[in-house]
Ligand binder design. Sequence first.
Ligand SMILES: CC(=O)SCCNC(=O)CCNC(=O)[C@H](O)C(C)(C)COP(=O)(O)OP(=O)(O)OC[C@H]1O[C@@H](n2cnc3c(N)ncnc32)[C@H](O)[C@@H]1OP(=O)(O)O
Ligand SMILES: CC(=O)C(=O)O
Length: 520
Amino acid sequence: MSVPVTIYDTTLRDGTQGTGISFSTLDKIRVAERLDDFGVHYIEGGWPGSNPKDAAFFQEAAKRTWKKAKITAFGMTRRGKLKVEDDAQVQMLLDAQTPAVTIVGKTWPLHVTEVFQVSLEENLAMIADTVAYLKKHGREVLYDAEHFFDSFREDPEYSLKTVKAASDAGADLVVLCETNGGALPEWVEEVTKKVIAHLGKPVGIHTHNDGGVGVANSLAAIRAGACQVQGTINGYGERVGNCNLITVMPNLQLKMGIDLGIDLTRLRELSFFVDELANVPHDIRAPYVGLAAFTHKGGLHVHAVQKLARTYEHVDPSLVGNERIITISDMSGQSNVLMKAEAMGIPLVKGSPDVNKVLAEVKRLESEGYEFEAAEASFELLIRRQLGREIRSFDLIEYHTTHRHHPHNKVETTEATVKISVDGERVYTVDEGDGPVNALDRALRKALLPLFPQLGNVRLEDYKVRIIDSGTGTAAKTRVLIVSSDGNRTWGTVGVSTNVIDASWEALVDSLEYFLMKQD
Ligand SMILES: CC(=O)SCCNC(=O)CCNC(=O)[C@H](O)C(C)(C)COP(=O)(O)OP(=O)(O)OC[C@H]1O[C@@H](n2cnc3c(N)ncnc32)[C@H](O)[C@@H]1OP(=O)(O)O
Ligand SMILES: CC(=O)C(=O)O
C-alpha cells in the first residue's frame, strides 16, 4: 500500500551549494514565498550557523505566516568533543525558531574514523543526543543520514545502527541520503526496502545527480515505500546537482498516481521564476518545463501530433503549464507548414502547389544557411512572398555604409545612407552609429518614423552572428538572427549573406516589415 508523499525543497540550502548559485536574503524570501504558494510541504531555508544571509532569512521567515510549508533550518549533529547544549551550531538551530529542523549525521565508518576522528560509538551518541535535544525543545526533527547508500555497501550493520539511533531518540523522519550521487536505482530501491523493514516505518530520500539518475533514484525509493522526496528546483546543488523536483513532482503525480496536492499547471512558471532569481539561463531541454519539451521539429512527428498529440507527447503540455511548439526547418514536411500557416491565419491545403512551393523554398534557403526555427517572422514573410500575399510598407532602393578609422587620433566614424520608397515617394536619410549595423538601423528608422510613428516602440532585443562555413575564411557566409520586441510581443528574423552587413540588413528589414504588416 502506498504512503502519502511529501515534497521537501532544499533549493535555498543544498541548491545554493551549487556552483554559480547564490541568493540574497530577499531572493530567498521570494523563492520561499513562491514555493509555499506552489504547495511544497517543507522549505529548507538554509543553515543558520553558516552565514549571515541564512541567519537573516530565518529572522525574516519568523515574521511571516506560511500557508502550507514548514520552514526548516538545517545543521549538523553536535561536534565530537562538545556536550549538545554547549554546541553553538545546535543552539543556532533553535534560535532560528522554525517548526522543523533537519540535522545531518554521519553513517559511513570511513567518515567517522578517518574524517571526524571519533569512535563509532561516539558518532552514535552525537546523533542521538542532538535529535533528543531538539525534540526536547519542541521541534519536528528530520535526520539526514549522509552517505547512506555507500556506507550500506561497506558496513550495513553500522549504517543501520546510525538511523536506529536517530529513530530511537525521537526523530520524526529518517532521510536516507545518496550524498555522492553515484548509486543506481536498483541499489537505492533494495536498500530503502531493507531500512524501512528494519525501522518499521517509512523513510525519506535525498539524492544527488552525479550519475545522471538523481530523479530515477528518488522514484526508486518511493517504489520501495519512502514517504518524502528532498530535492531542489531545477536540480541546482552541490557538484552536478540534486534530484530535480521540477521533474520528480510530475513523475510522482502524473505517472505514479501519487497525489501531492499540488497544482502542476504552475510548474513551468515556478521553474522560470527560480532560474530568473538565480540568474541562470533556462535549460530548454528540461523535462516537462523546457522550451523544447513539447517542441516538434521532424516532419513525421508533426504529421502525427496534429492528428493525435499523444503519439509524440508523453503528457498533455498544459498539465505542467507548458505548450506545444511546431518549428520550421529543413526537416519539415507539409504538416509543419500547414500547422504554422494556420496559426498565422493563412489556411493552406495539404498536397496543394502552394504548400509544396513554401516547403521547397524553406529547404532551399536552409541549405544556403538560413534557419527559420528561431525566425518565425521571417518564415511568415516567406510564406506571404511565395504566395504573393506580402503587404509591403516600403521598398528599398539602396543603402550605403562608410567606416572611417583614424588610428592616430583614435576617431572612429560609421555612417549609413538609406534610400527607400514609400507609396512611390523616395525618402533619403543618413545617420551615424556605433558600427555599420547600428548606423543602418538608425538611418532606416529615421526614414520610416515620420511615416510610421508606431515604429518608435520597436527595440532590438538580441543580435546574434554566426559564421556558417568557416572553412572558406573571410569569404564565409554569415547568418544573423535578430530578436525584436515592441514591449508586448517578440519576434525573430534571419538574414544570410557572405557580407555580415548585408545579412544584418536583411534581418533588420524583415523585422520592421513584419511589425508594420502586423499593424495593418
Ligand atoms: C552533505 C551536505 O551537503 S552537508 C551540508 C554541507 N554544507 C556546508 O558545508 C555549507 C555550510 N557550511 C559552513 O558554513 C561551514 O562549513 C560550517 C559553519 C558549518 C563549519 O565551519 P567550520 O567550523 O569552519 O568547519 P569546517 O567547515 O572547516 O569543517 C567542518 C567541521 O564540521 C564537522 N562536521 C562535519 N559534519 C558533521 C556532522 N554531521 N556532525 C558534527 N560535526 C560535523 C567536521 O568534523 C569539522 O569539524 P572539525 O574542524 O572540528 O574537524
Ligand atoms: C544532507 C545532504 O545534503 C546530503 O547528504 O547530500
